[in-house]
Design a protein around this ligand. Sequence first.
Ligand SMILES: [Zn+2]
Length: 383
Amino acid sequence: MAGVFCLLYLWFAIFPGQAAPETFQYFSAKQVSAGRDYQRLPRIISILGFVLQIGVLIWFVFGKGKDGIGSGARNHMVYAVLLWLVLRLTSLPVQYFRGYYWQKKWGFLTQSLFAWWKDYFLEAGIELVLFTAGLLILYFVIGHWSKTWWVIIAGLFSLWLLIQTYLWPVIVAPLFNEFTPVHNPAITEMVEELAERAGIEVDEVLVMDAGRRTTKANAYFTGLGRTKRIVLYDTLLQNYPPEQVKAVVAHEMGHWKLGHITKGVGLGILGSFILWWLAGIMLSRTIPFGFRYGPEVMGMVVLFLILSSFISSPLQNGISRYMEREADRFAVILTEDVQSSVDLQVNISRKNLSDLAPAPFIEWFGYSHPSAVKRIEQMRENY
Ligand SMILES: [Zn+2]
């Protein structure tokens, strides 16, 4: 199934087909082809990178790698670190290409190569600690509760999802960026007025120094309970007119008011129980009952997780696109200003070089937000 998805994705990345006629109501043919030129190669490279990663992982878990490096690591801790290294090294070419080379080539990156590697190693270090700890817990639980292990792991995983959503904005995000409360009185006033109309208590609107890495603009809503916050990129405040910034803030308030983070975590917990239940079936069918298994069981589970998360991306993205549409609708009704929301979409997708006419399969499979034209048409329909 993953193979079929890869082939379809490659096909539609290379041959996206004609752009729908309504695209040209908002964008010129030149803009459409610029977006496509910018997106095509990273898509192809990502899929090839994914295939490479799965191939090497299969080699490491089941093939010659198991007899060579894999079985040399009878120690489960060493095995977990080696597994992490396999994943890291096989994804490095794609990460370097997408994150550094391509961004630099198109003039979006404002970072030096040194600063890029610094980010890379910081992130890799955090991942190494969490990944190894997670795998060792998994190995321990499988070893002690060979039948019910998946329930315990799903429970722990759900707990981790909650903790991570709560703590990520206050612990991890500040390691990479500086977050400061909005100082501009015009924006503070706008935020207060919108929050009052929306009937929500917005206590944290922060500006992130995104400009140290990119010229692209964005915003997001994150956190749980007391760590809930709206984050605006400094590039948004600098390069977009106030009424478009207002449209962004209203959209993020939509996520807030409609409880999207809580719903996302809830769905994540549900998904985690389904996923680990399937992992339980997978293991019990792969490894004969009563057989005493070695560390390679961790490799099997990781391979299973990567493949299932790839296969389920249409579902995950479908849910995300649904929530984005809800937040768009909310923003338009709250601001009573469809035009600014439309202008924002046009402006931001031009500047960020979005694909303005993605092939339907690519959007269905990989888009967390609807494509620009769909968003615009929906906003105009809704008001
Ligand atoms: Zn959104």
